[in-house]
Design a protein around this ligand. Sequence first.
Ligand code: DDH
Length: 285
Amino acid sequence: SGLKTGGVFTPTKDDFQKVYNDVADLLENNDYDDGSYGPVVLRLGWHASGTFDKETKTGGSNGATMRFAPEADHGANAGLKAARDLLEGVKQKHPWISYSDLWTLAAVAAIQEMGGPKIPWRPGRKDGDLSACTPDGRLPDASKEQKHLRAIFYRMGFNDQEIVALSGAHALGRCHTDRSGFDGPWTFSPTMLTNDYYRLLLEEKWAWKKWNGPKQFEDVSTKSLMMLPTDMALIKDKEFRKHVERYAKDNDLFFKDFADAFGKLLELGVPFEKEEKFVFKSTTD
Ligand code: DDH
């Protein structure tokens, strides 16, 4: 466990594994959504990181600025309070960890505990203040298509293949009418990470849902699954579609590329002092 040198606590890998374990213990909960906080905790890590702008080197997970009103209230972050509140108990128990390290580590735990790949992770993020909040509009708008996707993700420093790999996270969780306005899950197993998102995109027949809510697609056969306009853009666009087809055929390839891209996402703009990354034990290992 951590060393105390001159009153300063220096956490070791074991200390971070304890944080991982405490997060993992909180995820399963039959009173919440589909029985797990995993998807919303993952989304917190993604939205904390996905504000990065490579030109100005602003945004990203360093700072955990979503704690503050301007950023917490951005439309894209609606509902993420559930995840921030859940993790507050872990922060109280391990006060030495920064919120920005905690939120990204928790996203790693969520992925691994929902059957996804190991995501090597390293500490080093420091919490910032309100002045580091990013302007609204840096996260993707689900009503748009490929041009917007490229503008948003190229700004972070991702390419087409990485955009498609990251989007496979929509195998998990669901849309909530009281958060984004959209409704429903993308897959039949929203608490288990698989390549089903890609398979369903290609194999199901999708049509506009007839309702009063924002424009979204539903699967024609069961009408219980959904796709956002940005999801459908991945099969409309030839370059994107190529990767959807690769991941639909090969779950191992998806896991590998997802782990690489997600690991990169969590590190955007963070001035790390150390190279060493930790691979956490999952509770099922
Ligand atoms: Fe997403 N996402 N996401 N998403 N996302 C929503 C839910 C979840 C977009 C829009 C939405 C990624 C990319 C995109 C997760 C992870 C990731 C919802 C519904 C909308 C809308 C929110 C709600 O109503 O509660 C758009 C647009 C994009 C895009 O253009 C690419 C990425 C890259 C990830 C990731 O983690 C790497 C997860 C998980 C959820 C489910 C949350 C939940 O509460 O359940």
